[in-house]
Design a protein around this ligand. Structure first.
Ligand code: UD1
Length: 435
């Protein structure tokens, strides 16, 4: 097992290159299962979630050819399996995005069966809108015993109009994938508008699908009989970029965050400016600088283009050192998503959680402590706090962080941070002889 050891209190300086978007990659890799021919994906993030999905496709019989660390060629032409064999269940239970295999297998084979997905623990994560959408497309759905089973009566789904009761990224993606090869026209209303929804639509279209309206709240899909091969370059990761921006806000300094789409960062940039952080936009980069004291702010997370819930823990970590009182309200996840608060408190943060809000009273400084990454973004929050804190912070359970951040340690070290990934020695009895 490994942990991060951070000697905090050093301002960040230099330039950081943002990797491909995790949440686009974890939708596009399963969607590639629908493609007949070679599908080349570029700017894929090198993280454990994409690795897990590529492993799953390999087990299913796809040819997976890594061209370099961030480019892969996938050929799923000869995949015939519509049921995930038992040896893959541990993988599908590890990540959230494995449920996109249901949409992809239904679209490709008219049948699908996989385990319930895993992923970050934000309390209850219902999938009723996925089920509602796929059922409307003509699939018989069964969720029981930890499995999701789906079958489209005569083998092909049928386009229809679907209204989502809740704006859901996952349900929008699953239904889009399945509808790409359904018979006729599908209209999905009240859909999510996140950048990765648009990226998935662009990917599907470049493989021969006909998806329109992604980025608005209505998506219209004309089903095609099959998708063909092609090359697609993924968008940069909005949340990874936001995490580095937040780290500069917390630790101070000046950093060029490169390979980004500044438009996707506007909600984060404008909040940081309110906090007295300078953010200057270029064509494909943002310059972030913080010299003076932070200002308190209130923020509430909302579906895109609102402030992203996946940046909520990182911003709360920054606000721990903003003089005055800030309120961080969670508007997407019902249980507040505040498990990281207990970890920040170990570092001297003053935060109280009530219902859907965290009340943050800014302190003079944070102090290093031994803390845990409770989930992916909670992990990013404690790293940010550790970079700003005085003394030494040790971050345990970093596998969560590695699910979504490519080379986090290398990137922060290049910015001048004193952070290392070290092996945790296992507890051994005194008479243990390793030799
Ligand atoms: C995705 C992201 C996650 C992010 C979230 C919101 C991936 C792999 N994960 O998760 O990092 O925090 O979007 O931006 O892309 N809901 C229902 N019924 C459903 C589905 C969702 O009630 O069938 C509710 C959820 O409980 C939640 C809200 O809708 O309150 C949003 O969830 P959703 O957008 O689906 O999140 P995920 O796709 O799981």
């Amino acid at each position: 097992m490994e942990k991060y050891v951070i000697h905090g209190g050093k301002p960040l300086r230099g330039s950081v290159e943002i990797s491909g978007a995790k949440n686009a990659a974890v939708a596009i890799i399963p969607a590639a299962l629908m493609v007949h021919g070679v599908c080349r994906l570029e700017n894929l993030p090198e993280i454990s979630d994409t690795d897990t999905l590529l492993h799953i496709l390999t087990y299913l019989g796809a040819k997976v050819n890594m061209i370099n660390r961030t480019t892969v060629e996938l050929d799923c032409t000869h995949v015939q399996m519509d049921i995930l064999p038992e040896r893959m269940w541990a993988l599908t239970r590890k990540i959230r995005a494995s449920y996109y295999l249901i949409g992809a297998m239904l679209g490709r084979f008219g049948k699908a069966r996989t385990t319930m997905p895993g992923g970050c623990n934000f309390g209850l994560r219902p999938i009723d809108q996925h089920i509602k959408g796929l059922t409307a497309l003509g699939a018989e759905m069964d969720v029981s015993g930890g499995f999701i089973t789906a079958s489209a009566g005569d083998g092909r789904l049928k386009g229809t109009t679907i209204y989502l009761d809740k704006v859901s990224v996952g349900a929008t993606i699953n239904i889009m994938i399945a509808a790409a090869t359904a018979e006729g026209r599908t209209v999905i209303e009240n859909v999510a508008r996140e950048p990765h929804i648009v990226d998935l639509a662009n990917f599907l279209n470049s493989m021969g699908a006909d998806v329109r309206g992604a980025g608005t709240d209505v998506i219209k899909i004309r089903g095609v009989s099959q998708l063909h091969g092609g090359t697609y370059t993924l968008i940069p990761d909005q949340i990874e970029a936001g995490t580095y921006m937040a780290a500069v806000a917390a630790a101070g300094g000046a950093v060029r965050v490169s390979n980004v789409i500044p438009k996707h960062l506007e909600c984060i940039s404008s909040k940081l400016r309110e906090m007295n952080v300078e953010v200057e936009e270029g064509d494909d980069y943002v310059l972030v600088r913080r010299d003076g004291p932070l200002h308190q702010v209130n923020l509430k997370t909302m579906p895109y283009p609102g402030f992203p819930t996946d940046m909520q823990p990182q911003m709360a970590a920054v606000l721990c050192c903003a003089p005055g009182d800030s309120i961080v309200t969670e508007g997407v996840w019902a249980n507040g998503r505040f498990r990281y608060v207990g970890e920040l408190k170990k570092m001297g943060a003053q935060i109280e959680v009530e219902d859907q809000s965290a009340f943050v009273h800014g302190v003079d400084h944070l102090t290093g402590a031994v803390v845990k990454a409770c989930d992916l973004r909670a992990g990013a929050a404690v790293v940010i706090a550790g970079l700003a804190a005085g003394g030494v912070t040790e971050v345990e359970d970093i596998t969560y962080i590695e699910r979504g951040y490519q080379d986090l340690v290398g990137k922060f070290r290049a910015l001048g941070a004193d952070i290392q990934c070290v092996q945790i020695p296992e507890d051994r009895p005194a008479n243990w002889n390793a030799g």
